[in-house]
Design a protein. Structure first.
Length: 446
C-alpha cells in the first residue's frame, strides 16, 4: 500500500485556513507583482513558490532512470497525483491568504511583511511535500533501483531546474546536443566517460545554485519588507555568482565532451553548443551567402576562385577572433547587468522610465561591420562588374547583427571555411565551484 500524502494535505489546509481567518477580510496587491519582488524575488526561491516541483508527466523520468517494474508505475502515478493535489490545495490557500491581507492604514513595508508571511511558510511546506513524495517513492523500490537513486536524482535535477537559468549558457543541455550528433556505436561508447564527468560537474553546480537561492531567501524577504535595496542587491549577487558557477560547469563540460568526440563530428558539436549557449554571438557570418554566390558565378578564373577562398578565410579568421572577444565580454558583463538594472530601477525618478542599460556587445557591432565591408570590397575588387552585379545586396542601413538574423541560415561546419572550433581561450579555465576538479579547461582544435 503506497504511503499517502493526504494527511499532510489536511494539515496544510487546516493551518492555512486558520491563518486566513486571523488575517481577516480585506484586499492587497499580489506580492509577486510588486516592484520589490520584480527586483529581487525572481532570484530567490520565491520565483518558484507557485510552481510544483514534480508533475504527473515526470513519471517518464522515474521510469527511464529507475527501470520501473510493471506494478510500480501505477503506484508511483498515484503518489504523484496525491502530491499534485496537495500542492494545488496548498498554493490556492496561500493565494487566498494573500488576497485577504488587510492594507488599511498600513505602511508599504507592513503590507509586504503580511504578504510575505504565508509565502515564506508555503516555501517550507512545499519543500516538505517534495521530500515526503520522494521518500514515499523510495519505499516502493528494490535494492537495484535504490542503487540507481543518486543517478536518478541528478537526472531529475537537470530535468526540473536546468531550464531556470538566466545567464547565457546556463540552461544548455549538452546531453541533448550529443544525442543529436551522427555518432556510431564506438563513438557513443567513447564519449560516455566524458558525459559522466559532465553530469557530476553540472549537478554539483546546480545543487550550489539551489542552495544559494534557499540560503538567500530570508535575506531577500527582509530586504523586500524593509525596502533595503542594498541588502537585496547583496543577496542577489550571491545567487548570481552561483549561476556563474553553473555556466562555468557548462563551458568546461563542453570542452571535456568535445575532446572525447571523433574529429569528424567535434566541430559540429562545438557549433551546436555555441549557437545554443551563446546565440547573441555565434551565428552564421553575414557574408556567408555572398561567398556561396560568388563561388557559383559563371566564368570564374582559377585566380578568382583562389582569391574568393583567401578573402573568406581572412574574414572568418577575423570574425572568430572577434567572437572570442565578445564571449569574454559577455561572460564578464552579463552577471553585472542584473545589479545595474536593479540599481537603475531603484534610482528611477517618478514619472520617468527606468534607465536603459546599454548592451555590452554593442561596442563590437562597428568592428564586425568593418570586417564585412572590408571583405565585400575585396571581393568586388576581385570580380568584374558583371559578376559583382550578381552578388547579393550589401543590405545598407542594417546593422551586422540584424543582417545575420535576416539571413536565417546557419553556417555549415563542414564547408571547409578554415574555422577552428576552439571552445575557449581561457575564459572558462576553472570550475570555480570548489568541488575539487583538477581538470583544467583546454582549447579544442580540429
Amino acid at each position: 500500500m503506497p504511503h499517502s500524502l493526504r494527511p499532510l494535505t489536511r494539515r496544510l489546509a487546516s493551518g492555512f485556513a486558520s491563518l486566513a481567518l486571523a488575517l481577516g477580510a480585506g484586499c492587497a496587491a499580489s506580492l509577486l507583482d510588486s516592484p520589490a519582488a520584480a527586483q529581487f524575488g525572481g532570484f530567490s526561491a520565491m520565483s518558484e513558490a507557485f510552481s510544483p516541483d514534480l508533475l504527473q508527466r515526470d513519471i517518464v523520468v522515474f521510469h527511464e532512470n529507475l527501470a520501473l517494474e510493471e506494478w510500480q508505475r501505477p503506484v508511483i502515478e498515484v503518489l504523484l497525483a496525491d502530491y499534485v493535489e496537495a500542492f494545488s490545495i496548498g498554493s490556492e490557500l496561500v493565494r487566498e491568504q494573500m488576497s485577504q491581507v488587510r492594507v488599511d492604514g498600513a505602511s508599504s513595508s507592513e503590507v509586504i511583511r503580511r504578504l510575505m508571511a504565508p509565502v515564506n511558510q508555503w516555501i517550507k511546506d512545499k519543500e516538505a511535500l517534495r521530500v515526503e513524495l520522494l521518500e514515499s517513492i523510495r519505499m516502493q523500490l528494490g535494492q537495484e533501483q535504490l542503487e540507481r537513486w543518486p543517478a536518478f536524482e541528478r537526472a531529475l535535477r537537470r530535468e526540473k531546474s536546468l531550464g531556470s537559468g538566466v545567464l547565457s549558457g546556463e540552461s544548455t543541455n549538452l546531453f541533448l546536443i550529443v544525442k543529436g550528433l551522427p555518432l556510431d556505436r564506438d563513438a557513443v561508447r567513447a564519449v560516455q566517460p566524458a558525459l559522466a564527468e559532465y553530469e557530476v560537474l553540472l549537478d554539483n553546480a546546480l545543487q550550489r545554485r539551489e542552495a544559494a537561492m534557499k540560503a538567500q531567501q530570508d535575506a531577500i524577504s527582509r530586504a523586500m519588507i524593509e525596502m533595503d535595496h542594498s541588502a537585496g542587491l547583496a543577496a542577489m549577487e550571491q545567487i548570481t555568482q552561483a549561476r556563474v558557477i553553473v555556466r562555468q560547469a557548462q563551458d568546461q563540460g563542453a570542452t571535456i565532451i568535445a575532446e572525447a568526440l571523433p574529429e569528424d563530428v567535434r566541430a559540429e558539436f562545438v557549433r551546436r553548443w555555441r549557437e545554443n549557449a551563446y546565440p547573441k554571438i555565434f551565428r552564421a557570418p553575414a557574408l556567408r551567402r555572398t561567398f556561396e554566390v560568388a563561388r557559383s558565378l559563371p566564368d570564374l578564373t582559377s585566380e578568382q576562385r583562389a582569391g574568393i577562398d583567401r578573402i573568406e578565410a581572412d574574414y572568418i579568421t577575423k570574425l572568430d577572433a572577434l567572437n572570442l572577444q565578445m564571449l569574454d565580454t559577455l561572460r564578464l558583463e552579463e552577471p553585472r547587468e542584473f545589479k545595474r538594472k536593479a540599481e537603475a530601477a531603484q534610482n528611477r525618478q517618478p514619472g520617468r522610465p527606468v534607465e536603459r542599460i546599454p548592451d555590452a556587445l554593442a561596442q563590437f557591432d562597428p568592428i564586425r561591420d568593418s570586417y564585412e565591408q572590408e571583405a565585400r570590397l575585396a571581393l568586388e575588387a576581385l570580380l568584374n562588374p558583371e559578376q559583382v552585379a550578381m552578388l547579393p545586396s550589401a543590405g545598407k542601413g542594417t546593422s551586422g547583427r540584424d543582417r545575420q538574423r535576416d539571413l536565417g541560415d546557419r553556417a555549415d561546419p563542414k564547408a571547409g571555411d578554415g574555422r577552428r572550433p576552439n571552445l575557449d581561450r581561457g575564459g572558462a579555465a576553472g570550475r570555480g565551484d570548489g568541488s575539487g576538479d583538477r581538470r583544467p579547461a583546454r582549447n579544442v582544435a580540429d
